[in-house]
Design a binder for this molecule. Structure first.
Ligand code: IMP
Ligand code: MG
Length: 187
């Protein structure tokens, strides 16, 4: 992969590593409290963007819970939702009777989470709740109830903390605004 000059590609840092760390401390404590003693808890993350959030969050949780992953395709290599969801790889866990907590990186239009929540309920999950690191409420077309939210952010395309543009910038330890010049170059 070509090396990336991050300083040219990033407009600004929106949320610092320290701010994320502090907020995840709070959310992990809240989740650990709310699900204490619940043997049916199952954490589900959508690959690949949410992996970073899942790892960071679970390291801070004081309760144990199994994890599972789904790979969905909602974005190609661009910055706009394609409007259709494809399951690239499915869960390995039977969700019936489970209290599912979906751990997500970002809620944008809400389309993915609306689809996923419905699907998990159809498969018999006892409850389905959502944790998300960031949310862009201005972009919402499908209302989503986020029980545990890190930060509300403006309508910018962001990268870092697991979130990518064209498979790059996931390893930034902050949430940063990607310069529009990066994605306008591609067209
Ligand atoms: P939604 O279905 O529109 O809510 O978008 C869901 C997925 O789109 C997220 O889980 C991300 O993978 C991706 N996405 C949406 N906005 C951004 C962004 O600003 N940066 C990186 N990925 C994004
Ligand atoms: Mg995601």
């Amino acid at each position: 992969m070509k090396s990336v000059d991050i300083s040219n590609d990033i407009t600004k840092i929106l949320i610092t590593r320290t701010q994320i760390d502090h907020r995840l401390d709070q959310l992990a404590a809240q989740i650990s409290h709310d699900y204490a003693g619940d043997d049916h808890l199952l954490l589900i993350s959508v690959l690949k963007g949410a992996v970073n959030t899942l790892v960071w969050l679970t390291q801070k949780m004081s309760i144990q819970a199994p994890i599972d992953f789904m790979s969905l395709s909602t974005y190609g290599s661009g910055t706009q939702s394609t409007g259709s969801i494809t399951v690239r790889s499915d869960l390995t866990t039977d969700v019936s009777g489970r209290d599912v907590l979906i751990v997500e990186d970002i809620v944008d239009t809400g389309y993915t989470l609306t689809w996923l929540t419905d699907m998990l309920k159809k498969r018999g999950a006892r409850s389905v709740k959502i944790m998300a690191l960031v949310s862009k409420p201005a972009r919402r077309t499908h209302p989503v109830d986020i029980s545990y939210l890190g930060f509300e952010i403006p309508n910018d395309f962001i990268v870092g903390c697991g979130m990518d543009y064209d498979e790059k910038y996931r390893n930034l330890d902050c949430v940063a605004v990607l310069s529009p010049s990066v994605y306008s170059k591609k067209k």
